[in-house]
Ligand binder design. Structure first.
Ligand code: PGA
Length: 259
């Protein structure tokens, strides 16, 4: 795992956007997996600034990590709509270059299998942005999700519903169920970039990065990925035992030019 500690969310956004830009330079039709939530927003803002300065996203393809089950089509907090607002509209990416699981499908189990097939037919995910839950989840793979899991229906923990209640009128409005790429699905992306900011994520980050590989901390699976980068602000890095060591490798390792 590559651990990069940066001063703030803006620096985090610039670094991750730079990695996306480098990828698009090498592979203009790269499939970029985006994450929802607050943490990745500075990445999309930084990409928009790069686009204003000439970065071409004309062939870039975007895919979604997870989705609520049961929200009506077009609900502003459905992740399809969030991705449309925060990523597609901002970056001028048309619907035909966007793929996501259908949380409003009558048969959500079939929708999960269909999404797995869509990702496979698209050639797999090149770059996957990830947030981390305060409970250590990635995507909506809650604690004790199997490391081999594929896209499927999951039940949210109370903690995640409370964390996400800020996007809804009340806690009762937060769906109980979701579709999420499985951990096995996520692990097939060629480059994983996990972002975390703030003290509230510090414990989950420390467990994921320095703790044992454990299903109770789904993000710890990144320890097994051949190319995983974790970009943290100082607060999210505050419980890491080896933070100074990671800072020293960041300063000396030439590969950091493009994560
Ligand atoms: P957040 O969500 O970026 O809004 O903190 C992260 C997550 O739950 O994965």
């Amino acid at each position: 795992m590559e651990i990069v500690i940066v001063p703030d969310a803006a620096a985090q956004g610039e670094l991750a956007a730079g990695a996306v830009a480098d990828l698009l330079d090498r592979k203009p039709d790269a499939l970029i997996g985006v994450a929802t939530g607050s943490t990745p927003l500075p990445v999309y803002e930084a990409l928009q600034r790069r686009r204003d300065r000439g970065l071409s996203l004309d062939r870039a393809r975007i895919c979604q990590l997870d989705e609520y089950v049961g929200l009506p089509v077009g609900h502003p907090e459905s992740y399809r709509e969030v991705v449309r607002r925060e990523v597609l509209d901002r970056l001028g990416i048309s619907d035909d270059r966007f793929m996501g699981p259908d949380g409003s499908a009558e048969d959500v189990v079939a929708a999960c299998a269909a999404y797995e097939a869509t990702l496979k037919n698209a050639g797999g995910v090149d770059f996957q942005l990830l947030g981390i839950g305060t409970d250590g989840h990635i995507g909506f793979n809650e604690p004790i999700s199997s490391f081999a899991s594929r896209t499927r229906v999951k039940t949210l923990t109370e903690q995640t519903r409370v964390d996400n209640a800020r996007f809804f009128d009340s806690l009762d409005d937060v769906p109980q169920h979701v579709l999420t790429q499985g951990i096995g699905t996520i692990m097939e992306a060629r480059h994983l970039v996990l972002l975390a900011t703030g003290e509230s994520k510090a414990e989950a980050v420390a467990l994921a990065v320095e703790g044992p590989l454990a299903a109770i901390v789904p993000a710890s699976v990144l320890q097994l990925h051949p190319h995983a980068t974790v970009i943290l602000d100082e607060a999210a890095a505050s419980r890491l035992k080896l933070a100074d060591y990671y800072r020293s490798t960041y300063r000396t390792k030439p590969s950091w030019q493009g994560i």
